[in-house]
Design a protein. Structure first.
Lengths: 116, 114
């Protein structure tokens, strides 16, 4: 079946502009995660959605970052007033429900964001 | 708080030789441990995980990892490396009972040469 998809694959924007990044999880997966991967650094957790529960937003670096998940499926990560330090690859992942802690996450190919 | 350390930025090995990529972790409870691989310009692919039971876990592409509770380690191993194994490898940990984020290490680049 289809894996996690993300769009766009690349996004170049000017400092101060807003951007929206989209993630389509694997069908039936109730958990969805956003991570950020910067050059030379590991993956930084941003936000986690599980079903209809309130999202875990503990990783969002500033109030310029927000995310939503509509209908328990597609998610959009929005970055307002982008800064150059926001340049990174943004990865989305999903995992099955149930005993969630044991389930591996399946990652999308990422969106490479470049802020000029 | 949970954390992961991958002490080597890069590991170089000749094809056919055994390889080890090191990972140590810190959690307050019992860990769930994962290894992922990232090929150039691609997302992360799941390799294997330790949940409970046998300390030696076998995964995709001939990789295996050994959980060592006393040393809080989860090193990735392969008996015979291939050039095609060259990639970036990430170790990750999650504390049992929490279905939230994975905490990743900074990654180790594996370079396998002929």
């Amino acid at each position: 079946g289809a894996g996690v998809s993300q769009s766009p694959s690349n996004k170049v924007t000017e400092k101060g502009k807003d951007v929206e990044l989209r993630c389509d999880p694997i069908s039936g997966h109730t958990a969805l995660y956003w991570y950020r991967q910067s050059l030379g650094q590991g993956l930084e957790f941003l936000i986690y959605f599980q079903g209809n529960s309130a999202p875990d937003k503990s990783g969002l670096p500033s109030d310029r970052f927000s995310a939503e998940r509509t209908g328990g499926s597609v998610s959009t990560l929005t970055i307002q007033r982008t800064q150059q330090e926001d340049s990174a690859v943004y990865l989305c992942a999903s995992s099955a429900s149930g005993t969630g802690a044991m389930n591996e996450q399946f990652f999308g190919p990422g969106t490479r964001l470049t802020v000029l | 708080a949970q954390s992961v350390a991958q002490p080597e930025d890069q590991v170089n090995v000749a094809e056919g030789n055994p390889l080890t990529v090191k990972c140590t972790y810190s959690v307050s409870g019992n860990p769930y441990l994962f290894w992922y691989v990232q090929y150039p310009n691609r997302g992360l692919q799941f390799l294997l995980k330790y949940i409970t039971g046998d300390n030696l876990v076998k995964g995709s592409y001939g990789f295996e990892a050994e959980f060592n509770k006393s040393q809080t380690s989860f090193h990735l191993k392969k008996p015979s490396a291939l050039v095609s194994d060259s990639a970036l490898y990430f170790c990750a940990v999650r504390e049992t009972g929490t279905a939230s984020k994975l905490t990743f290490g900074t990654g180790t680049r594996l370079q396998v040469t002929l």
